[in-house]
Design a binder for this molecule. Sequence first.
Ligand SMILES: C[S@@+](CC[C@H](N)C(=O)[O-])C[C@H]1O[C@@H](n2cnc3c(N)ncnc32)[C@H](O)[C@@H]1O
Length: 449
Amino acid sequence: MSSAAPPVQITGSDEAPIDLEERVALALRLIDAVCDGDDRLVKVLVNDEHADCWIQDAQGWTALHAAAHTGSVEHIKLLLRKGNAVWSIPDNLGCTAGDIAYSMNNTAAYEELLAEGVRAEMLRAVLEAANSSDDSEAGDEDAEMGVTEGTADAVSNDVPEEQKLSTASDNATFLASRLVFTHDSRGQPIALDAEGNGVMMGWESGIMQATARRMCESAWADRGGRKWDELVKEEDEGEREPLRVMNVGFGLGIIDTFLQEYHPTQHLIIEPHPDVLAFARSNGWFDDRPGVRFYEGTWKQYLKDLEAGKEEYVGWDGVYFDTYSEHYADLHAFFQTLPDLLSTSPNARFSFFHGLGATSRLLYDVYTTVSELHLREIGLATEWSEVEVGEEGVGRWEATGAGTDGKRAGKDDDADGAKKPRTQGEGEKKYWREDMVGRYRLPLCRLEC
Ligand SMILES: C[S@@+](CC[C@H](N)C(=O)[O-])C[C@H]1O[C@@H](n2cnc3c(N)ncnc32)[C@H](O)[C@@H]1O
């Protein structure tokens, strides 16, 4: 017969066992001491008692959240440098310590947490890059299999439920899953993945329009309203510069529609998803659009084909990157290829969709800085401009009830899977929190001479 399990024993710094309850109690005392501004006790708990700085209280706060709230830079430094505080832990409302400091106007505390986030993410990128070559090869092959062999059903049927990866965070899983193209209740077009996550939403149209303009208007504005063949004739006669653009990730074709306003000489669209390609086909993108060509595969496959001589080196004047279910490490890897992809024209520009960490002010600031630093490392200077996205309903998608795998997207099903009635706004997931982030930051990058 079994008796009640003994308390979990862990080993403290003095090697004496401490039980879990004691450890939690110590961490909660630390949070209180930080809130009370009790410097002496905070130091004792961190330096001598080795209280865990990452343990969360009932509202999800760690000692770092408490220090961000009081604005004590001294406590923040102590918790990060002498304790084991983690800068990115969100509380129950999704706020990191940095978000608390920002909302309290504790500027010095915010700066300290931002610097910690940037340091940690730069280090993480170095470690990921060092470990990635084997993983990315394997991942890429998975993606290729999903796309070229159209194995969506085979993949989803053969893999046990508990081992399935999410369509939102695993590219191969996404590429092997089915998509739905529909409209939300506000009439905005949306593309949903098999779990009901928004792949692309009409509300991003303003961002896409502003991006296409920023990329093209300085050097190619006079192409608007002209005919493609007239423009190409003028290019052939040496009277004007050609415009060659590449877009990675078609989605709803929004940015491609705006890029078409400049009648690019060449317009390459890299898109691997069979359902997106079918959507593009049904919207006339494969019919006689001068200069437009689709590469039907992932950008990693495209780069391999480029290296193998199966694709021609072009020298693109505009490159845009906006994929789905990839990670910052993938975007970072794409950055490295830009010196080879961009043309030598002083007008050549690169941009990407910057939704990185867009549910937190701190994370958004960290990724703005980290991406700019990584671009600078490969010789690209970045200018940021802001785009307003804050109208009502923006930044959300409305779950439509079922993903393409027949499962409910939201968390609001009954245990037996029965669907509950939904009111407007209910069950909406956010990946953009305008209350936290404010305006969208549009990056525009150019190669420095
Ligand atoms: C957010 S949508 C792009 C939306 C687009 N910017 C627009 O204006 O409509 C992302 C697209 O990237 C595609 N995608 C996902 N993984 C990709 C990959 N590895 N290489 C290229 N495209 C990819 C998806 O199929 C999807 O069409």
